[in-house]
Write a protein that binds this ligand. Structure first.
Ligand SMILES: Nc1ncnc2c1ncn2[C@@H]1O[C@H](COP(=O)(O)OS(=O)(=O)O)[C@@H](OP(=O)(O)O)[C@H]1O
Length: 203
């Protein structure tokens, strides 16, 4: 972690902190004032995205369906598969709440980050106590990419979209598989909404 001077804040990110059991204790023993930002999206879409990413690197893995269920006809979801486990946000949050108050956490909607990036980043800036510098004027919707992109980053004179590994076309998954996973996640989602006091409308 680089040193932070007065008037500066240090930001650090990894997709795995939120779901790593030891991370809350380790981070709180480093600094109990740390503010935590978590991007969450519909856990079913998240699982499919996760699988799509793995498949792009390892084309020989079993199908999504084979990995997602212990027994599909009995509706038994395999919670040991990381793509499934990570989306049980309510469980991960419980561990964090043993070390950090909810007021030190901010949850970004992955869906709104795409439909309204400036709005989501406005809330992030407020949470960090920063002036709202990043606004609507910094984004445009890139039709080819199908996502918002930055109009002109500080270090460049040209617009910049995220790379090819962000926003891939997802693998097609059967409707009934999606329904079963929705049913599985519903109670965890409700618990998550109640704990954070925010309804992400994933149903
Ligand atoms: N502006 C913009 N451009 C491209 N992609 C965007 C953008 N905003 C959010 N997203 C969503 O970010 C998803 C990838 O982020 P990840 O969290 O998987 O990245 S990582 O875990 O840090 O590698 C990626 O998920 P997939 O669509 O499943 O690939 C995107 O939906």
């Amino acid at each position: 972690m680089p040193r932070t001077l007065g008037g500066q804040i240090t930001l650090e990110k990894t997709p795995s902190y939120f779901v790593t059991r030891e991370a809350p204790r380790r981070i709180s023993s480093m600094s109990r004032d740390t503010k935590l930002i978590v991007v969450v999206r519909n856990p079913v879409t998240r699982a499919i995205s996760d699988y799509t990413q793995t498949l792009s690197k390892k084309p020989d893995i079993p199908t999504f369906e084979e990995l997602a269920f212990k027994n599909k006809s009995l509706g038994q979801v395999d919670t040991t598969w990381n793509a499934i486990r990570i989306g049980i946000y309510a469980l991960h949050l419980e561990t964090w709440l043993q070390y950090f108050p909810l007021a030190q956490m901010h949850f970004v909607s992955g869906e709104r980050l795409i439909t309204d990036p400036a709005g989501e980043l406005g809330r992030v800036q407020d949470f960090l106590g920063l002036k709202r510098i990043v606004t609507d004027k910094h984004f445009y919707f890139n039709k080819t990419k199908g996502f918002p992109c930055l109009k002109k980053p500080e270090d460049s004179s040209t617009p910049r979209c995220l790379g090819k590994s962000k926003g891939r076309t997802h693998v097609q998954i059967d409707r009934d598989v999606i329904e079963q996973l929705r049913d599985f996640y519903r109670p965890f989602n409700v618990r998550f909404y109640e704990t954070v006091g925010q309804d992400f409308r994933w149903d």
